[in-house]
Ligand binder design. Structure first.
Ligand code: THU
Length: 159
């Protein structure tokens, strides 16, 4: 059997190493954690994305007593952006989280469903999304969502 190499390289840095516009996006994600409605998990996630025209759209996880009816911060932000600015590619996405009120130490990573939704946005606009995953210890920096979802599924498969 042959093997196929799908290895990726991601960046890891401190906030001060990022340029000002990227720091501002991460800070917007940190602020957005305050808009979370998470009375069940007490895990408050914030997401901030930048559109090609410079607009920043934020989202926060919204939970529900019927648990699966809730939605993650990333998809809240992505769907909100798509609904308001349907012609604007997403160029960057930052995520932050608080566990029981405190910002998490290790970088927060998006769930599989949010990766899948974000991949389709890259595919739709043919534009990579640069991703910042915040933790107080450091920040993961990823050049494209596809690096977080090898062998991703897109609609072409159904043609
Ligand atoms: N959550 C997010 O908002 N984003 C993620 O990437 C992971 C999980 C939310 C969903 C739920 O409200 C809470 O965190 C606990 O899973």
């Amino acid at each position: 059997m042959k093997t196929i190499d799908l290895s990726i390289k991601i960046g890891y840095c401190q906030m001060e190493e990022l340029p000002a516009d990227e720091q501002q996006l991460v800070e917007a994600a940190v602020r957005a954690t305050k808009n979370s409605y998470s009375p069940y998990s007490h895990f408050a996630v914030g997401a901030a994305l930048r559109l090609e025209n410079g607009t920043v759209v934020t989202g926060a996880n919204q939970e529900n007593a019927a648990y699966p009816s809730g939605l993650c911060a990333e998809r809240t932000a992505i769907f909100s952006a798509q609904a308001q600015y349907p012609d604007q590619p997403v160029t960057a996405l930052a995520i932050a989280a608080r566990n029981g009120g405190s910002l998490v130490k290790s970088p927060i990573v998006p769930c599989g469903a949010c990766r899948q939704v974000a991949v389709e946005i890259e595919d739709r606009y043919k534009h990579p999304i640069r991703v910042f995953l915040y933790g107080t210890d450091g920040i993961y920096v990823v050049d494209t969502i596809k690096d977080l979802l090898p062998l991703y599924f897109v609609g072409d498969a159904m043609k």
